[in-house]
Design a protein around this ligand. Structure first.
Ligand code: HAM
Length: 403
């Protein structure tokens, strides 16, 4: 039996690889416009990092992490997301001592043991950005604007940006009590997971995807009604800035996100047609301190590359390819012709295919090349080539030096 790829771990090839690079290049170009600096993070971290940041009671930590022991029995994990590692690095390298605030972005594979389906994999790719050291809501507005710019640059429509505020620690405590009281009343309607985690982390119930749980929380108390004056002002300012930037958004008071570190602003860019979240993020003002750093407000977002790819059209080949076809014993000359064209910045493929002109031109069409560059013994002896425009069929001789 031949060996297959692991379930949920996929190859990305051909047109899909082009879409992957398009998402990546576009996001990187836009992050550069906002002057973010890249951080290249390791794929493996101590499992404890995610337990303490993403949260013990989250699906990600409870069910979805790839955890294993190294030879010394230390518990390691394949990273399920990029925020925790970025915060770890921010603290470890004392980046807070460097500048009043720090803006970082990262790109790479993440790993979650989820049930694979369209747009959901066990190895997927994120591009994310994090801002450390800014509490004011104009930073929140800019983070949301970046996601909006990326969607626009990729010409992805039919996406709604949903926002909510989860308040500060104090607000959350009051809300937690109210929500817990409510949940105890509808306990019978909840799934077993929610019953298990509700006492420890009632907010998780709001994020449950099980239909009966969704129904049961429809009438639950809303976080937004528990915001203190400062958190409310923060949220109102954010909305004002989003309006000033002409970013359409929808308030979703049940949006709590599947990770525990969030405070105040949370947001998601949701595709209604796919029924998937494409980009998500928010504030996590306590996380740096909780992981051992100085108190540092922070926020960020991450996009799912594969999810954005689902909404991109197939692209036509844009590159003008020159296809050099040697006939006879002219390989040295053909190599030089290809080299000369590349030195002029042209994309050149030297044909490795064997066979006569008809077969070669058929193959050239298959590759979608613009010009066939025919190099026969006659051309080689005269120091020329014959260039054929594959679209118009026009053909002419050109001297090597004039290529
Ligand atoms: P997240 O919502 O867990 O947030 O993931 C962000 C994005 O990653 C999702 O919106 C989705 O596009 C993509 N994604 C997640 N799981 C999968 C999967 N199994 N297959 C394909 N794509 C997936 C975070 O990870 C936070 N770290 C975002 C953040 C950054 N918050 C603040 N800073």
């Amino acid at each position: 039996m031949t060996v297959q790829s692991v379930r949920g771990f996929h190859d990305i090839l051909g047109k899909e690889a082009k879409k992957f690079r398009k998402v990546s290049n576009t996001a990187r170009r836009i992050l550069k416009l906002y002057n973010f600096e890249e951080i290249i993070l390791p794929v493996v971290e101590y499992a404890e990092l995610f337990q303490r940041s993403v949260g013990e009671t989250t699906d990600i930590v409870q069910k979805e992490m790839f955890v294993f022991e190294d030879r010394k029995g230390r518990k390691l994990a394949l990273r399920p997301e990029g925020t925790a590692g970025t915060v770890r690095a921010f603290i470890q390298h004392k980046l807070y001592a460097l500048r009043p605030y720090v803006k970082l972005f990262y790109e790479g594979p993440m790993f979650r043991y989820e049930r694979p389906q369209a747009g959901r994999y066990r190895q997927f790719h994120q591009i994310g950005a994090e801002v450390f050291g800014v509490a004011e809501p104009h930073a929140d507005a800019e983070i949301i604007k970046i996601t909006y710019d990326i969607l626009n640059a990729l010409d992805i429509k039919d996406v709604v940006i949903e926002i909510n505020s989860l308040g500060c620690k104090k607000d959350r405590e009051a809300y937690r009590e109210a929500l817990l009281n409510y949940l105890r009343g509808v306990r019978e309607e909840l799934c077993s997971d929610c019953i298990n985690r509700m006492e420890r982390n009632p907010l998780r119930v709001l994020d449950c995807k099980v239909e009966t749980c969704r129904e049961a929380v429809k009438e639950s108390p809303k976080m937004i009604d528990f915001l203190c004056d400062e958190c409310r002002k923060h949220y109102e300012s954010l909305k004002e800035y989003l309006k000033a930037l002409n970013i359409p958004f929808r308030e979703n008071y049940n949006l709590v996100r599947g990770l525990d570190y969030y405070t105040r602003t949370v947001f998601e860019a949701v595709s209604d047609s796919l029924g998937l979240t494409l980009i998500a993020g928010g504030r996590y003002d306590y996380l740096v301190e909780e992981l051992g750093g100085p108190p540092t407000p922070a926020l960020g977002f991450a996009l799912g590359v594969e999810r954005l790819m689902l909404l991109l059209p197939d692209e036509k080949e844009e590159e003008e390819i020159y296809f050099v076809i040697p006939f006879g014993n002219v390989h040295a000359y053909a190599l030089k012709v290809a080299d000369r064209l590349r030195s002029k910045g042209k994309v050149v493929e030297l044909s490795y295919r064997k066979g006569g002109l008809k077969k070669q031109l058929e193959f050239a069409n298959k590759l979608g090349v613009k010009y066939a560059v025919i190099v026969g013994e006659d051309e080689a002896s005269k120091g020329e080539v014959t260039i054929k425009d594959m679209e118009t069929g026009e053909q002419k001789s050109v001297k090597f030096e004039e290529l």
